[in-house]
Design a binder for this molecule. Structure first.
Ligand code: MF3
Ligand code: CO
Length: 286
């Protein structure tokens, strides 16, 4: 195996590097894993992703206003599709790697990537993740929320609340010039203290110019201070999936998409798209 590693940060001979470039070159020289220059978004790109995020938030608000017991997940898909296209945007999941619908709807023991259909009818006590991703003028945004249908059990409500806290705690742990595993470490600690587990097989991701970019944002970590350096200008999601029982999951062989907990106990997830700033994370999917 080659030990060669391509240098990511350099300026042409005779060019004076900016303070930012100097900082990146020093970090890379010290042996840190640093993001490549293309992962650092320009202000123009960040504004494009923010506008995409505003449509994405509008979609989630439209779902929030209409979701109810007795409704099929297919109806949620229709709300997402029509809101998105009527705002000049495209639902990113539609035909993404063969995904057949405009949104992921994941009920109870479904962890993520549930496919909307006419037969899954929401009922009192269900918890559902609605994961919406939008392309506007070529810019991608990605966010998801949990919805509780009517009133659910105290244990499922606690899971939904804990997953939301995990997103907030992960966000606070993401300090500029710190490292990716600080996020997963903080999330893992909080979930375990609540008696829940963290899904390891799926992660957050860079986003913006494509649906899924580097780096992988893992929500499970044993140690802080590891992985890629978090640098101002990076745009990525945090989207912890928190399980009531085991962290282990399987993919439903019937559709090759639906991710289900191995013990079929419930799972909950919340997601935002963020840009790293000099002072910490800013939400682009408010
Ligand atoms: N929205 C998911 C995420 O948070 C990705 C879904 S891929 C799809 O990364 F094809 F299922 F839509
Ligand atoms: Co995502």
């Amino acid at each position: 195996m080659s030990r060669r590693k391509k240098k990511l940060w350099y300026v042409p001979e005779g060019t004076e590097p900016t303070d930012f470039q100097k900082r990146m070159m020093a970090a890379e020289a010290s042996g840190a894993i640093v993001p490549s220059p293309k992962l650092i978004k320009t202000e123009e790109q960040i504004e494009g992703i923010r506008l995409s995020g505003m449509v994405n938030t509008g979609v989630l608000d439209a779902v929030a206003a209409q979701i109810h017991a007795g409704m099929s997940t297919e109806e949620i898909d229709r709300i997402v599709y029509s809101y998105t296209v009527s705002h000049g945007a495209i639902p990113a999941p539609l035909h993404y790697e063969g995904f057949p619908k405009s949104v992921c709807t994941s009920i109870n023991e479904v962890v993520c990537h549930g496919i909307p259909n006419n037969f899954d009818i929401l009922k009192e006590g269900d918890i559902i993740n609605v994961d919406v991703s939008t392309i506007l003028d070529g810019y991608y945004s990605d966010a998801s929320r949990m919805f509780v249908i009517g009133k659910t059990s105290p244990e499922k409500q606690r899971l939904v609340d804990c997953a939301k806290e995990c997103l907030e705690i992960g966000m606070e742990a993401a300090k500029p010039w710190s490292f990716l595993s600080d996020i997963g470490y903080a999330i893992t600690k909080h979930a375990h203290e609540a008696g829940f587990s963290v899904v390891r097989d799926l992660c957050g991701h860079g986003v913006g110019l494509e649906f899924h970019e580097d780096p992988d944002v893992e929500h499970y970590a044993k140690k802080p201070g590891q992985g890629m350096m978090l640098v101002p200008g990076m745009v990525f999601t945090i989207e912890p999936m928190i399980n009531m029982g085991t962290w282990r999951v399987f993919i439903d062989a019937a559709d090759n998409w639906t991710v289900v907990t191995e013990d079929e106990l419930p799972s909950a997830q919340w997601e935002h798209t963020f840009v790293m700033r000099e002072h910490g994370l800013e939400i682009l999917t408010h």
